[in-house]
Design a protein around this ligand. Structure first.
Ligand code: TMP
Length: 206
């Protein structure tokens, strides 16, 4: 059985990454009849639930604990969900992965610390393709404002997180850990972004 591809979507909150992941999922499953799974991080694991509560400001943890919680969630997610689906031949589309840990926890911790925390997960699995939807922070903030009642932990830090994503791609790229990175400008119509993603994916693996 040929293993499925692991395709990760990254971007700021409100960047459109979830919409784009859903569009690719619909294209692959409905138009191409390809077996796919949709996943997201933090996942449904217990450490993931704690991390989500902290994002919603219902709980508070030290930055190092936050990095460990997201990484523990990732480890559970890989073992119990992602790897089994990939081994069954399905492609896994995942809304956020390890790059988010660098981009967000990297606002308070150095990258070497985050690298150490995520090393086991990264040795087990890195994406075959990563799609980064690069939407201007002012635009994401406006979209978030329309869709959410309360503020979340990182809502106002878009510009810093965006910069941190680029630094993370460089940092992990230098370690040979970034394969097939597509950066798409988010200030286009959703349809134009979807076409760009489909074209890239068909050129690079499917
Ligand atoms: P989302 O479900 O809307 O993408 O939100 C998840 C939040 O969790 C988002 O603000 C980014 C944050 N996050 C981290 O801080 N570190 C991580 O490793 C991951 C996966 C997410």
């Amino acid at each position: 059985m040929k293993k499925g591809l692991f395709i990760v979507f990254e971007g700021l909150d409100g960047s459109g990454k979830t919409t784009q992941m859903n569009a690719l999922y619909n294209y692959l499953t409905k138009e191409k009849d390809i077996k796919c799974r949709k996943e997201r991080e933090p996942s449904e694991s217990l450490p993931g639930a704690l991390a989500r509560s902290a994002i919603k400001k219902q709980l508070r943890f030290e930055p190092q604990t936050m990095a460990l919680l997201f990484a523990a969630d990732r480890y559970e997610h890989i073992i119990h969900d992602i790897q089994p689906y990939l081994n069954s031949g399905a492609h896994v589309l995942c809304d956020r992965y390890v790059f988010s840990n660098f981009a967000y926890q990297g606002l308070e911790l150095d990258f070497e610390t985050i690298y150490g925390v995520n090393k086991t997960a990264m040795e087990m699995l890195m994406p075959d393709i990563t799609v980064f939807i690069d939407t201007e922070p002012a635009e994401t903030l406006e979209r978030i404002g329309k869709s959410r009642v309360g503020n979340e932990l990182f809502d106002k830090k878009g510009a810093a997180v965006r910069e941190s994503f680029y630094k993370a791609f460089d940092f992990l790229g230098e370690k040979g850990l970034v394969k097939n990175l597509l950066i798409v400008k988010g200030n286009q119509t959703a349809e134009a972004i979807t076409s760009e993603i489909i074209e890239y994916i068909e050129r690079n693996g499917l």
